[in-house]
Structure formats: structure tokens, C-alpha cells
Design a binder for this molecule. Sequence first.
Ligand code: VAH
Length: 315
Amino acid sequence: MNDTVLILGACGQIGIELTQKLRILYGSNNVIASDIREGGEEMLSSGPFEIIDATSKERILEVVKKYEVTQVYLMAAMLSATAEKYPLKGWDLNMTSLLAVLEIAREKHIKKVYWPSSMASFGPTSPKINTPQQTIMEPSTVYGISKVAGEHWCNYYHEKYGVDVRSIRYPGIISWKTLPGGGTTDYAVDIYFDALKKGTFECFLSENTRLPMMYMDDAINATIQIMQADADKIKTRTSYNLAAMSFTPKEIANEIKKYIPDFTIAYNPDFRQDIADSWPQIIDDSHARQDWGWQHEFDLTSMTKDIITNLKSKL
Ligand code: VAH
């Protein structure tokens, strides 16, 4: 593949693993990682790295020209919980960065753009069970407002200027390699680390809070799959629903107890409970499965086995 890829926000929860996978696929020197601050040793030693403020179109364009970039993955964003603490900063980061990259694509400096949306685009009035690809979308969080707005900008730039931008509404994403930051679904990552390190976990959501979730391996595969799909298979240019599983804190705790029988969990809901309650519980992702062949691999049981196995050796 003679593409050169730039990842903005490469040091984030998804960015770190996406960078690793893209460097295997395209060759390390053809994948430029970037973030607002320097990356870790592994990222810096495995390929080109640049400091980029994703809200600066000029700085992004400078790097695009330097490496003759053909594709941009825009992974930089402020997530749901943090954006509720800093609403205007969250809006500015999430929207200014997207419009900068869309403009660079409109000006034909790059051929393709990936931009992640989220199940946070749905709100309390959206159907919670089998949430359809197209339905009522009245998000009640800053993050969700920025994601719905971003979806419509993506569709506008595609329809009006022919920009080839593709997008997925990620559910909660769970990984063992990197700790996430500022998300409402992050409890589902922290619980594994605390179960192994402390044998107990204090959950900031109530025990029966059901949320759509996905293992990082599936999320990375879906992201690359939609970007490599033929353009005529991408029928939705706002953003695709995507799902793999849905579970509650109680269900994930019971799965962990199969490996750590003495594990205990306490529930102490905080402000993030309201955010979670505004989101879908089970998402219908049939359009992604029909249009570009999406198939998830991991469920709660197989994900938990993989995480516990890997974390035990890591910790
Ligand atoms: C968050 N992990 O919690 C992100 C995600 C749907 C949730 O967008 O904000």
C-alpha cells in the first residue's frame, strides 16, 4: 500500500493501538504519529512522531506536506466526562480539529479522512434498545453535541465537496494496553486493573447500567476496515452505528469473579451516571454489517479471558 498515514491524537487510548496496527500494515515509516505532547518510548522508537495541536490547521498542513500524507485519522478529542467539566474547551477541540482536517481534504492535500463519532451522539429521547442507524438524536452532553454536529459536517463535506471522510459511532472501548482518560465507559477498563491490583473496585456507575461496549481489537479492526472499504460500499457519510456487546457493571464483575473469586465491587454513582443514563443500552449496527462487512470477534467472556491473561503478565 503506497499510502502515508498521519494520526492526530496518537497518544490516546485508541490512538496508541491504532498507530501500532497501522505501522504493521503500512510500514513504520509511512505512519506518522502525532499528539499535543510527546509520545512514549515505544511510539517514538517505532516510527516518525510530530508534536501537533490538532486545532491548528496550519500545523497539520505543515506535517501533511512534509511527509506527503494521503490519509488522516483524527483521534484527538475531549471525551464525555471531561467535556462536561470544560464545555467550551471540549467543543473547541472536537470541532476545530475536525473542520481543520475537512478543509485540508477539501483543498485536496489528502485523499481520505477517518473521524470517530460515538454512541454519545444519541440522547435520552433516542430508542435505548436496538438503537437504529437513523433515529432521534438529541444528545444531552457536550461531547454528544460535538459528535452529532461533527457527523453532519462530515456528511456536508462529502456531499458538497466530495471529501472521502468515513466515521464510526464507537461504543465504550475496552483495552488492557492503555488506560483511557475522561470517558464515562472507562469504568470497564479500570475494573480489570483494580481487580488484579487491589482485588476490589469502586464503580462510578450503578450496578445495572447497561452500555454498549467493544474490545479494542475489534474497534481497531473496524476502523481500518471502514477506511479500506471501497468508497461505493460506504452508504452512510454521517457515521455508522457499531456494536459488539452490551453489559452492566454487575455482569462484568461476575465475569471477573470467574478468575478472581474473592473480587468485590462497590457502587458509588457520580455525575457520570446521568451521562450513561442518556445513552443507548443496545445498538443496532446492521448497516455496518451489510454495507462493509463488519463482524465483531470478542464478547464479554472472550474479552475478559484475554484481558486477565495479558494483564497478569503485564502487572
Ligand atoms: C466516553 N469512551 O466515555 C467514550 C465513548 C461512548 C463512550 O465515546 O466518553
